[in-house]
Structure formats: C-alpha cells, structure tokens
Design a protein around this ligand. Structure first.
Ligand code: CU
Length: 384
C-alpha cells in the first residue's frame, strides 16, 4: 500500500495554503481524510501487486478551481462523446444516437435498482468512473472528472462558474418560459418555478440534442412531455433547465454537507441522509443537487444523466462518500449496508460486497467489494 503515500503527502503540502485561505470546512475535512488515509496506508504491509500509484492516479478537482482552458478541454470531450457512435443494441435502445446516450440509457434501465438501495453509492461510483474513462479513451481527454462543490455556490447557483452560461461553464439556465412549480412527491415538497424552464441558450451545450426520456420530468413545458414506454425511444429536443435557487439553498449548504459527513456512524445512516426521503419531505444533498439543476432531463429520476451537469453532481456525491470513508478507513472501506429494493419496498435481502454491478458495455462488471476503495482494485483516483 506504500506506493500511494508519498503522492498523498506531496499533494497535501501543495494544496494546504489554498485550503487555509478558502477555509471551506468541507475542503478542510477532505484534507483531514487524506491525512488519515495516508497514515492508514503506512500501517499496512507493502503490496507489490498494487497498480494505483502516484504516477497514474487521477486527481479530481472542483470545477471552480480549474483554469478556463481545463474547463474547455472537459466540455470539448463531452461534446466529442456526443458525436461518438452508440455501441448499444439498437433494438434495445432505439433512441440512442451517440455514446453519451448509451450512458443515459444504462441509467434509465437500472433506475429502480440503484436508488435508495445498498448499491447506490458504488453503482454511481463505477458509473462516473466509466464516464471519465470514456472521455479519456474515446475523446482524448487528459484530465479528470471535475466535481461541483454544491456548498460553495448554494446561495447563488445561477451565477456559479458551473451555471453562469459562459464558454467556461456547463451552460447556464434555460430561457424563461412561464411554467409550473416543481412538485416532488406531492404534497410534501414544492419548488417554486424559477427564472428558466426552456432551452439552455448559451455555453458549450446550447446546441446539444437530448435524445432519450423524459419519463417523469416534472417540467411541464411544450417539448418536455413525458414519453410513452420505457424512455428509450428517440425523442430529440433541447436541453432545458430551470435552476432552483431554493433547492440549492435549502439542501446543499455547507452545514448540510458537514452534517452528512460528520453525523453518520455507519454507511446505512450516511446513504440514507444523503438521499433523503421525499415521502417525508426531506431531499438530502443528492436530490437537492439534482433539483438545483432541475428541468428536462435534469429532474427526471430516470433520464437525469442526459444533462451533462449530472456527472459533476455525482462526482461530488462520490467525493462526499470518499471523504466519509477515508475519515475511518479501517471500518468504512469495507462496509456495505442496505437492501436491493427502493426504500426496501417490497422488503428484500441485504446488499453484499459480492453483489455485481454491471453497466452493459460501459465498463467491466465489478463486485461491490472491488469498488469500495478508489485507490485499490480497478479504480484509481482521489479528490483534491
Ligand atoms: Cu442515479
């Protein structure tokens, strides 16, 4: 395990001054997690088989900390993926027009087995890693999957570097069109209609064609009507957003992230608080981030990866999990809890480390046990 330790320590001294300056409590916790993890690795015997080293580890960074050219390299790679041919069976997924759509289709197909379940964290971990690999392998991207630290922009997401609509953003809000409030699990949570609702007008994804879904899009505007069937038929339309300042402010502030990481002693409590429960009026940071993006397909439980901001959001979901794990690696790098049905309805067996996660041909199938550590096994990345 020694191989990675020098990297972690080098990385630490490199980022410390910036972190001290920003004093973002979540960033400080991430730094603490790296320190604890480095000590833990030093306590283990050397493992000559280890393939993740300081030479090849991918370092994922926050969108706002990337240079303008780094951001454009990323969005150009996503635009490239939108041009690469689909590799799924066209009989199964008639609506897929490109490799990006393949990712959306795999999420649509598995939605009811990967949310509010024991595989939620590791399924989405492998999914984001497969996307990062596709950007690198198919599109020549040299960087890492960036993340969206929700808490840094919870007061004003529309003017954040992620959604400000500049050429260095993930495109901005949709154009304004009068539209409905977003109702989540009526009558428990209502997000007031925001300043958008129609097509994204600027930034890298203003001409993006969304091909799949929507199935349960809460946005009721012309062109975003839910489709008959399984969401996999061809339904070309623009990317629509109605960025919700209320969702960001109410569910993704620094206190929310800190409470999530610090107040949950086991992974069941952690994943439950992260995902909330709209049935009882709690969104959590996971749905909170999704409904901050909002719109079509961003707020569609099934087709949400059809908005490219999904992957920045889920990288932050994964980073939060990664911080939580590495604060107590001896226990949390092996812990899996929860069951295999959504909210355990109907009641089902426990999830285990031997359950297999398969993403069609997006990635090799993996046991959950192989995905618990991001620097051992098939995964090789950390967060800064
Ligand atoms: Cu999901």
């Amino acid at each position: 395990m020694r191989a990675l330790t020098p990297l972690l320590l080098v990385g630490l001294s490199a980022v410390s001054p910036a972190l001290a300056q920003s004093a973002d409590p979540v960033d400080l916790l991430a730094e603490e997690a790296l320190t604890i993890r480095a000590k833990y690795d030093e306590s283990l015997p050397d493992n000559p088989e280890r393939t993740c080293t300081e030479e090849n580890v991918i370092v994922r960074k926050e969108w706002g900390s990337l240079s303008e050219s780094e951001r454009v390299e990323y969005t150009n790679a996503v635009l490239c993926l939108l041009e690469e041919p689909s590799q799924l069976d066209p009989v199964e997924v008639p609506g897929a027009r490109n490799r990006y759509d393949d990712f959306v289709a795999v999420h649509i197909n598995q939605t009811l087995g990967i949310h509010a379940t024991g595989n939620f964290l590791t399924w989405h971990r492998l999914y984001v890693a497969a996307y990062e690999q596709a950007l690198r392998n198919l599109c020549g991207y040299k960087g890492a999957q960036p993340y969206w630290a929700w808490n840094k922009y919870a007061d004003d997401p529309i003017n954040s570097p992620i959604f400000d609509g500049s050429p260095y953003s993930m495109s901005g809000n949709g154009a304004y069109i009068p539209h409905n409030d977003t109702i989540i699990q009526p009558p428990n949570i209502t997000l007031p209609a925001g300043q958008g609702g129609d097509c994204v007008m600027s930034g890298p994804f203003k001409d993006m064609v969304v091909n799949l879904g929507p199935l349960v899009s809460p946005l009721q505007v012309p062109g975003s009507e839910p489709q008959e069937g399984n969401g996999l038929n061809h339904n070309p339309r623009c990317l629509r957003r109605d960025i919700s300042e209320v969702a960001a402010r109410d569910w993704t502030r620094t206190e929310d992230v800190m409470t999530l990481i610090q107040d949950n002693e086991n992974v069941l409590l952690f994943q439950n608080m992260m995902q909330g429960d709209p049935r009882v009026g709690i969104l959590g940071v996971h749905a909170g981030g999704h409904y901050t993006i909002n719109g079509d397909p961003g707020a569609d439980f099934f087709a949400s990866p059809g908005d490219p901001a999904f992957f920045l959001h889920h990288a932050m979901i994964d980073r939060t999990y990664w911080i939580w794990q590495n604060l107590d690696p001896a226990k949390r790098l092996s812990e899996v809890m929860g069951t295999i049905t959504v909210y355990n309805e109907p009641p089902s067996r426990n999830t285990t480390v031997d359950d297999v996660i398969e993403l069609n041909n997006l990635a090799d199938a993996r046991r959950i046990g192989e995905l618990l550590d991001t620097t051992a096994g098939p995964l090789c990345y950390i967060y800064k």
